[in-house]
Write a protein that binds this ligand. Sequence first.
Ligand SMILES: Cc1ncc(C[n+]2csc(CCOP(=O)(O)OP(=O)(O)O)c2C)c(N)n1
Ligand SMILES: [Mg+2]
Length: 384
Amino acid sequence: MDNSPRSVTPVGDVGVDPLSQGDLEIDTYQVVRPDGTFDSDRVPDVDDESLRDLYRWMLVQRLYDDRATKLQRRGKLGTVASGRGQEAAIVGSGFSLAKQDWIFPYGREAAALLMHGLSLRDLLLYWRGIEDASRMNGANVFGLAISIGSHIPLATGKAWGMQLADESAIAFANLGDGATSTGAFHEGMNLAGVLEVPAVFFCQNNQYAISLPFDGQTKANTVAQKALAYGIDGIRVDGNDVLAVYNAVSKARERALEGNPVLVEAVTYRRGAHTTSDDPTRYRDDEEVEAWKDRDPLERYRSFLEKTGRWEGIDEEAIREDIDAKFSDAVEAADAFEERDVEEIFDYLYEEMPPELERQLADFEALLEERPELYDHIERRPKG
Ligand SMILES: Cc1ncc(C[n+]2csc(CCOP(=O)(O)OP(=O)(O)O)c2C)c(N)n1
Ligand SMILES: [Mg+2]
């Protein structure tokens, strides 16, 4: 055989017809349109108080974000990742979960975690770097995935475990559009499909991963279509329409419990900065932000409640006062929480510390001896 490089001639029309992006038309499910009109057949069959609670929880999310941001500015929280603009995605999904389900959070979904039983104090402590507080709380909330996408295979694993134990519950992972570009996303989704586990992967496509816009993240038109490659269900939903998200995730949950994992894409927008350490004016223009302001999830849903005669039951001022008081109490409780020893960073990874970690701990302790001012604001473990 001749293995010298050969010239390549165009193959011409030989009947090869590649599948392409245009072949996938994925609808975006909606219940309430941006102008507040709605599809009455799609209004979920829940009582009026629950419909009002959806609004109340969205307000909780918004107020939490405002207060947490101010707290960070006063130096009392490490960083804050706000859910502003994503309230409908956060609350509509959180509201559809049962107590026995497990949430694998990604950071912006404060209201969903609070409604799942996590205390406000523990949430604040997390953002102060005290992660283990949340484990005392007994809520089915896993630690926050700071390493993007790392929780996706864990959610698959938890769902598998619950399936093997014959529990009627799902693992629910919140993730961003950026997380869909990680290897962990692929591994978690693929295994979920193969094992047919009760998991729902909820991607809040807020159009950015820090400064990188969605079309720089993937060549695919949608996140939802990626589900098909894993042989699982995909749903694309208007993430600023709380009823649409509630219906979509409720349906996904039902499917998941039957052994059909689902990837849900909620199309939304991150209205604020990525975190309190980011300046979004450096990479996006005001017109874009203004355009999404017109699609505000709270205003849209308020208009639905007004049109259907349910708004009267909501006392916004009372909710604000209640949240303010609860937030102040939670800050006080967080302040009273025992300071952690900085060496504890080394404690919880292995039952027995491996030599490499021992070496790092020794280096760290030597550094603290040499420059105690680095950590003089933090409690130190007594020697010996
Ligand atoms: C593995 C990993 N790479 C990079 C980062 C730095 N980082 C923090 S948030 C973020 C973007 C996340 O974007 P997305 O998943 O869309 O979530 P969003 O913040 O938009 O809600 C990046 C790259 C990280 N935390 N983990
Ligand atoms: Mg994003």
